[in-house]
Ligand binder design. Structure first.
Ligand SMILES: [Zn+2]
Length: 163
């Protein structure tokens, strides 16, 4: 999937979580931001991706050591991040937002023909029974759909918080 679709999905999930957890505008904003950024993090292994370009030397190092869509797209990586967040005693809404954002990335990449190495270091590509081309019609439709639902959620949230 394209970075745009990942981000749209992350912001959509963050918006849903903010309705569930957000008591004030600051918490809501933090949840949406964390989830949006987290939805891009797995592609840190891809130095041509948005996040990879921003963190260039690091992304190249990760790519060289692990390869694309391996470690950073695995349950092991998710677990390490979860464990790290637990260790620093991250508040539950933020922890859930980060994990859900990253999980959404991995699930979306499982919808592409290449799949992901979900059980890294075990070298099996995991993908859904139905897959779509990155940048294709489904990819584009998904990002549009996520954006549309997000607008509705925001409208409801603004209504709930301010009106
Ligand atoms: Zn990816």
């Amino acid at each position: 999937m394209t970075g745009k679709t990942h981000l749209a999905c992350g912001i959509f999930i963050g918006s849903s979580l903010s309705i569930y957890y957000g008591e004030d505008i600051f918490t809501s904003f933090t949840i949406v931001s964390l989830c949006g950024v987290a939805s891009l993090v797995p592609d840190i292994c891809h130095f041509k991706s948005n996040i990879g370009r921003k963190l260039f030397p690091l992304s190249l190092i990760i790519r060289t050591i692990f390869g694309h869509r391996t470690f950073t797209h695995s349950l092991l990586f998710l677990f390490l991040i979860f464990w790290g967040l637990k260790a620093i005693e991250a508040p539950e809404p933020y922890l859930v937002s980060i994990i859900m954002g990253m999980l959404s990335h991995i699930i979306l990449d499982m919808l592409t023909p290449r799949g992901v190495k979900l059980f890294y270091p075990i070298n099996i590509s995991v993908k859904m029974p139905f897959v779509f081309r990155t940048g294709g019609v489904v990819d584009l439709s998904l990002s549009t759909a996520f954006t549309a639902i997000t607008v509705v959620l925001w409208w409801k949230d603004i209504y709930r918080l301010f009106l």
